[in-house]
Design a protein around this ligand. Structure first.
Ligand code: G3I
Length: 321
């Protein structure tokens, strides 16, 4: 294969990238490479609640529509990201809940309407939705979000049922970070999935975000963890892959990074039910990493000038066994 689209065809795994909507609108080289290399996309921020409903009842779909329309024109499938999360919620919602102006009954209605409105708007255009994102915390408990606090644990099943009503053909996912290796999070998430399945709640997929760093060992059990979820009948996706490093980058670090990317894609390819490998941005020009981890960066498969890094070539070398 000469590029990632060709690789995707030989591997029979969708290969995607997160899309920075501002770069998509303003940078011709970014747009060209995105559309040439990827057959799947996820809006990095454009579909999040704070973006689409900045004021209560006043929607702004401009950026989300642009990502979806660009995908249609370039034959890219779309992962919707994300419906229920504890981050990037609109200020009016947080303030309303904190002040008591929005009570639990109203909050449940607001969540239902958010899901029905957003999923309904893109009905038939989204292959898969991250319905709930990061609902388990780092101690393995259900995250103490406004959703859990005010609606109780039943909000998870409700969210899947509402999303399914709004777009019966979309694949509905639970998505999380550190799920490649964190034993507590893995067990709790398996429990959630089993409980939803027992209740006949429409859940179809497990998303492993895949945010790794080369200063940590590669999560060697990842393939086995993925197997435990797909054995429950779920499809799987690696939804936000990136591999950060302590700066400056060196040839040795870039080689380790390439190996980590290759192993993640290989893990997906080796599991029949793993259908998608998505990177959280494809260029170091646009990355969340330097803003979040002081002194770290260079997490993507192309550099700031969109030149291929060793990680890009390592992905191209992956084959089905
Ligand atoms: O839009 C404002 C802009 O107006 C302002 O000038 C600028 C100044 O800081 O901030 C802009 O908002 C930023 C936004 O990204 C858009 O660039 C926020 O501050 C910043 O916090 C936000 O970060 C995003 C982060 O989620 C927030 O939760 C990252 O881009 C995005 O990559 C990241 O993605 C998450 C996934 O959704 C879920 N999994 C983890 C992943 C990485 O954190």
């Amino acid at each position: 294969p000469d590029d990632l689209r060709e690789l995707s065809r030989t591997l029979r795994v969708h290969i995607g990238s997160a899309v920075d909507a501002t770069a998509l609108a303003g940078e011709a080289d970014y747009r060209r490479v995105l559309n040439q290399e990827f057959n799947h996309v996820t809006a990095e921020n454009a579909m999040k609640w704070e973006t689409v409903e900045p004021q209560r009842g006043a929607y702004d779909w401009e950026a989300a529509d642009a990502v979806v329309e660009n995908a249609r024109r370039n034959r890219q499938q779309v992962r919707g990201h994300t419906l229920v999360w504890h981050n990037q919620l609109p200020a009016w919602l947080i303030e309303g809940v904190d002040s008591g102006a929005i009570d639990a009954k109203e909050l449940r209605k607001i969540l239902r309407s958010h899901i029905m409105t957003e999923v309904g708007r893109y009905r038939g255009k989204i292959r898969a939705w991250d319905v709930v994102n990061e609902v388990v915390d780092d101690t393995g408990k259900l995250r103490d979000s406004i959703w859990l606090k005010h609606l109780g644990p039943g909000y998870i099943a409700d969210a899947f049922r509402w999303a399914h009503q709004a777009d019966p053909r979309a694949r509905l996912y639970i998505n999380d970070y550190n799920l490649e290796w964190d034993a507590k999070k893995i067990e709790t998430t398996l429990g959630i999935v089993k409980d939803l399945k027992a209740k006949r709640v429409p859940i179809h997929g497990i998303g492993f975000q895949g945010h790794l760093g080369i200063q940590y060992d590669y999560p060697g059990d990842f393939a086995g963890v993925m197997r435990r979820f797909t054995d429950l009948g779920l499809e799987a996706a690696i939804t936000e892959a990136d591999v950060r490093m302590v700066m400056p980058a060196t040839a040795e670090k870039l080689a380790t990074q390439a190996d980590y990317y290759q192993r993640m894609l290989s893990t997906c390819v080796a599991n029949k039910r793993c259908v998608e490998f998505t990177v959280w941005g494809f260029t170091d020009r646009h990355s969340w990493v330097p803003d979040w981890f002081e002194g770290e960066g260079a997490a993507n498969i192309m550099d700031e000038n969109l030149a291929h890094k060793p990680a890009y070539d390592a992905l191209l070398a992956v084959r089905r066994k």
